[in-house]
Ligand binder design. Structure first.
Ligand code: ADP
Ligand code: MG
Length: 696
């Protein structure tokens, strides 16, 4: 068994027929092993047509003929100064001359020996009154009955520069022979059987040496899906293995109804939504358990995740543990700090804000954290710096927004043995993707908005109708509400002809909104300036905030009821959705106006239509993934998306769900030996992506 496995893992350059040149081309394409080669699948098949009688053949026709060789010989055409090899075949209805002007003579001689039965395919032409095929493909047939479909269907592979289709086909055949026709899959036959999987060997043979049944797209998909399922299954097993490592750690078992939790719940001025209560139940369950919690909390902007996280924090501090609360930006961290401070201050719980640049005060806070005097500390990346030491960290909350990678999560956890971990994300991730990127976490979803939240009326306007939009803004301002106007640029650019926040803020203050207070917020401002602008907007000292996407993340000003995005065609879907989430956080109805130039791509039109149609973050995330692909929407290089050989996350998402169910089941069903095999495979394939090195 191990032997055949080795055949699949053999470096591709050791395969017979692969010279250094082809070997190098393959390796460059990521095809390193014989197994990799076999997973390079045809993307379609060509039917060379059914077998024809020679008498049916006419000039210009392509077809497949079965005939017997009458004679063959090398010839020389003195006038053309050309050597050739010729054979005459007949099938009882007529005869046909096969001509080759090049090609290995010994091979042709042997193939075209008299009385051999040949399967001949090619294009027929008329030459000197007789039918001929030039450079036909021929194969010697031993048994006339065995020819049905033989070589009739040609696999067509993705184009690879420097390697001919024919070469690929023969390499595939050789690779299949080498590994005993893929007879041993990485999964044992027992596993294959118990999950109703087609044997790997069968799938590979059918895909690379197709018969007519493969012309049916559904059959092709069936075999391809078999390969994808295996790939996804292995990956999911890896995630479960990783998860199991965590749950084996000794963590903290928190009390569920600690004193601070009870007090916090009493202090809430609203009723929790059903979704919030369900999610709190899940968190409570995890936190009550000895094993560390490792949970992802997903929910649209404004769905009330922060309240849930604060409640979890209240459980931890009730038991005397510390909480670290980490946010991706300083503005957001501060906002969390204010909310948490407000929640806990009355109860006498010390909360600190650790910012990046804070001078002498920093060491006071660090001492407080180290001594355990500070129970809750809120901050940005500053929290994972070396000099931040905790006394007894019990819970880590990460408001992630995709910006923290796996590594940062790990560092923070390493600071304190095995605290519970709650990762929040307000950018809903398509289910398939969260099964891949966060597959080692348990997932809770808040899929319900607090009562009374109204749908944000979203409409797309053309540039020339801007006046209408400015009028709508004024209507809101008259009611005492506030508005955001968002631009793609901070300042005027020589390269692109776009409006920018700086100029427009000045313009508005002088003209249309002269009687209101216009403020400016963009990423190039100093941290203090940003904070100042934000807090003045929050306090109602600014009516119209002209800004760039810095306001994208998590800013909460309930009195802002309108957001306008200019050059909306330049923004991505998730970004637009995030921006829109800045409004509709209060009791009044809210509006989102997307202004776009008439010059825009079809994709942009599709994005804007989606925004008008739905307010559901998950629906938007799915569409965004279809439009941009999974890597892009996570927006970070080290996104943790593994390179699957066959599977495409957008196209084959449904297979991931099935693979996950199978993998979950496999964790209890597989024998120790089988799990070991799987572990080795996944370590080799994705150890790096998954940081699996520590999986024993
Ligand atoms: P998220 O963190 O998911 O963006 P927040 O927790 O900041 O959402 O909640 C958004 C706003 O809604 C906050 O002002 C919060 O106080 C309020 N809120 C949260 N849960 C509820 C609820 N169940 N009912 C009414 N308001 C709520
Ligand atoms: Mg726990």
């Amino acid at each position: 068994m191990e032997k055949e496995n080795d055949a699949l893992r053999k470096p591709v350059r050791y395969l017979k027929g692969i010279g250094p040149k082809i070997g190098a081309i393959l390796v460059k394409r990521g095809v390193k092993t014989v197994g990799d080669l076999l997973y390079l699948l045809p993307n379609r098949y060509e039917d060379k047509g059914a077998l024809k009688r020679i008498e049916e053949m006419e000039d210009g026709m392509t077809g497949l003929v079965l005939g017997t060789v009458a004679s063959s010989r090398p010839v020389y055409y003195p006038r053309a100064r050309k050597r050739a090899f010729e054979a005459t075949v007949h099938d009882g209805t007529g005869s046909l001359i096969l001509r080759w002007f090049q090609g290995p003579l010994p091979y042709l001689k042997e193939t075209c020996e008299s009385d051999n039965t040949l399967l001949v395919s090619g294009r027929v032409s008329r030459f000197g009154g007789r039918l001929q095929m030039v450079h036909p493909q021929v194969a010697v047939i031993d048994d006339k009955d065995g020819i049905e479909g033989y070589e009739r269907i040609l696999p067509v592979y993705p184009e690879i520069d420097g390697i001919k289709q024919g070469t690929l086909r023969s390499l595939m055949r050789r690779a299949l022979e080498d590994c005993d026709h893929g007879a041993t899959s990485l999964l044992s036959r027992e596993i294959e059987e118990s999950y109703g999987l087609i044997p790997l060997g069968e799938a590979l043979v059918k895909l690379h040496c197709p018969d007519e049944t493969m012309l049916d797209g559904a059959m092709y998909r069936r075999y391809v899906e078999r390969l994808i399922l295996e790939e996804y299954f292995l990956f999911q097993v890896a995630l479960f293995l990783k998860k199991r490592e965590v749950t084996r750690e000794e963590g903290i078992s928190f009390t569920r109804d600690g004193v601070y939790r009870t007090r916090f719940e009493k202090s809430l001025t609203f009723e929790l939504t059903g979704a919030q209560r369900r999610v709190i139940g899940e968190i409570e369950e995890d936190m009550g358990r000895k094993a560390p919690m490792n949970r992802l909390l997903q929910g649209d902007v404004g769905s009330g995740k922060t309240v849930v996280a604060v409640l979890a924090s209240s459980m931890a501090i009730s038991d005397g543990y510390q909480v670290a609360f980490m946010a991706p930006t300083e503005i957001l961290a501060e906002q969390h700090y204010l909310a948490i401070h407000k929640a806990f201050d009355d109860m006498g719980v010390p909360v600190a804000f650790l910012r990046g640049n804070m001078g002498a005060e920093r060491s006071v806070i660090l001492d407080g954290i180290k001594a355990g005097r500070i129970l809750v500390v809120v901050g940005t990346h500053a929290l994972i710096q070396k000099d931040v030491l905790f006394n007894n960290l019990g819970l880590v909350v990460i408001d992630e927004q995709h910006r923290f990678g796996v590594i940062q999560r790990k560092i923070l956890k390493e600071k304190a043995g095995s605290p519970d971990l709650l990762v929040m994300t307000a950018t809903p991730i398509p289910r398939t993707l969260s099964m891949v990127v966060y597959g080692d976490l348990d997932v809770s979803v808040i899929d319900e908005m607090p009562k009374g939240r109204k749908k944000i009326e979203t409409k797309v306007y053309l540039d020339k109708d801007k006046g209408i939009v400015y009028g709508l803004i004024e209507d809101e301002l008259k009611k005492g509400h506030q508005a955001y106007i968002v631009y793609p640029l901070v300042e005027e650019s020589k390269k692109i002809d776009l409006l920018d926040a700086k100029r427009m803020a000045a313009h508005f203050q002088k003209s249309i909104f002269a009687s209101y207070r216009v403020g400016l917020l963009h990423g190039k401002m100093k941290a203090e300036e940003k904070e100042d602008a934000m807090s003045r907007f929050k306090d109602g000292e600014i009516d119209v905030l002209v800004c760039t996407t810095v306001i994208e993340v998590g800013i909460d000003v309930p009195n802002a009821t309108m957001i306008v995005v200019e050059h909306a065609e330049r923004f991505g879907l998730s970004q637009l959705h995030q921006l829109r989430g800045r409004v509709g956080r209060g009791k009044s109805a809210a509006r989102c106006a997307l202004i776009t130039s008439e010059k825009r791509t079809a994709l942009a039109v599709r994005r804007l239509k989606t925004m008008e149609k739905t307010g559901d973050g998950f629906e938007i995330a799915e569409e965004d993934m279809r439009l941009r692909g999974p890597g892009e929407i996570l927006g970070v290089k080290q996104s943790g998306i593994p390179d699957f050989r066959v599977g495409d996350l957008v196209r084959d998402g449904h297979i991931m769900s099935r693979a996950r169910r199978l993998a979950e089941d496999a964790m209890t069903r597989l024998t120790v030996d089988e799990l070991d095999r799987v572990k080795n495979i996944v370590k080799q394939r994705w150890g790096h992506t998954l940081h699996l090195s520590d999986v024993a």
